[in-house]
Design a protein around this ligand. Structure first.
Ligand SMILES: [Zn+2]
Length: 319
């Protein structure tokens, strides 16, 4: 049996790359998402992987560029379907959202084949995801600074919650955010279709961050081993899980300086950051509302009143 995705088509024991066509650009050129298919020599599960759902999140693409050349279809059981760049239009202009319809792709799933630009891309990639037994949607914390973590977005009452958590533990970034996500996320739509799904958030970078890419690549190989695509044992390590997420904005305009490091434990009442004016005079000091882990922070120091500054993962445990 051939494995086909768009123009990529491989018989057992082979790998192929090609394009998945989703309409045309404004000048009439074909929009072709770069895709790869791996058809293992032996039977097994099907894994769907995608990257650059958000157009400025490139670490996942860094993982794909390193992963695919290391895959030997002769040594693989099962099939791997990969969309290397989902948000075609946003990627071209290095932005987060699809500029054609100003939409965030990860709010458009499961998509609509007759809908907006983002809905059509979501629908085309969701068709591929629905063929899989497992889905990995590679993201990062935009261009903010963020720890390497893996999100389980189906919510704790979902029938696939345990399976999604297991996949997150296997991927093994060390941190898991286990919190129901907003409507339109692939990590919600795919579990609703019976497919365990994770949304690894590979740090946050402008461009590529080598450490986060390596963590993502190691996670992909752990998934491939654990679920039987390739030979080898996987040691599942304890993950630190946050089930809540507090976001902090600035109470005043000025320059932010942080008092804690990413990944550091914070206690309620600890100072998270200070805001000063241009001459160093203190304008505000913001403390943690709850115990947790300092999870994510803005990259640029300048803030307006109410502008996003940082996040703390809360309700922390281990699993
Ligand atoms: Zn994202």
């Amino acid at each position: 049996m051939m494995t086909t995705l768009g123009s990529a088509s491989a018989p057992p024991g082979e790998l192929d790359t090609g394009r998945l066509e989703v309409g045309e650009t404004r000048d009439g050129s074909t929009v072709g998402l770069p895709v790869a298919v791996v058809n293992g020599a032996d039977d097994g599960k099907t894994l769907y992987v995608q990257a650059v759902s958000d157009g400025d999140e490139l670490n996942g693409l860094g993982v794909v560029t390193r992963l695919v050349p290391q895959l030997d279809p002769a040594e693989i059981a099962g099939q791997i379907l990969i969309v290397g760049i989902v948000n075609y239009h946003a990627f071209q202009v290095a932005e987060h959202r699809n500029p054609v319809d100003d939409t965030k792709m990860n709010r458009a799933y499961p998509g609509d084949a007759n809908g907006t630009s983002s809905e059509r891309i979501a629908a085309a990639t969701f068709e591929a995801a629905k063929r899989a037994d497992l889905v990995v949607d590679l993201h990062q914390g935009r261009t903010s600074r963020m720890i390497n973590e893996t999100r389980v977005r189906c919510g704790p009452r979902h029938r696939l919650h345990r399976e999604c958590l297991e996949l997150a533990k296997v991927f093994g970034t060390g941190y898991v955010l286990d919190q129901k996500g907003p409507d339109g996320q692939l990590a919600r739509a795919a579990p609703d279709n019976g497919i365990p799904t994770i949304d690894p958030e590979l740090g946050g970078a402008v461009g590529w961050d080598e450490e986060s890419i390596e963590i993502g690549l190691a996670g992909m190989f752990r998934v491939l081993r654990y679920y039987g695509f390739i030979d080898g044992e996987v040691d599942r390590e304890m993950q630190t899980r946050a089930s809540g997420f507090d976001q902090y904005g600035s109470p005043s305009g000025g320059l932010v300086s942080f008092e804690v490091e990413l990944g550091e434990r914070v206690a309620r009442g600890d100072t998270l950051f200070r805001v000063t004016d241009a001459f160093g005079e203190l304008k505000a000091r913001v403390t943690a509302d709850n115990d947790g882990i300092f999870w994510r922070s803005r990259r640029l120091p300048q803030v307006a009143t109410g502008e996003y500054v940082c996040s703390v993962g809360t309700d922390v445990d281990q699993f």
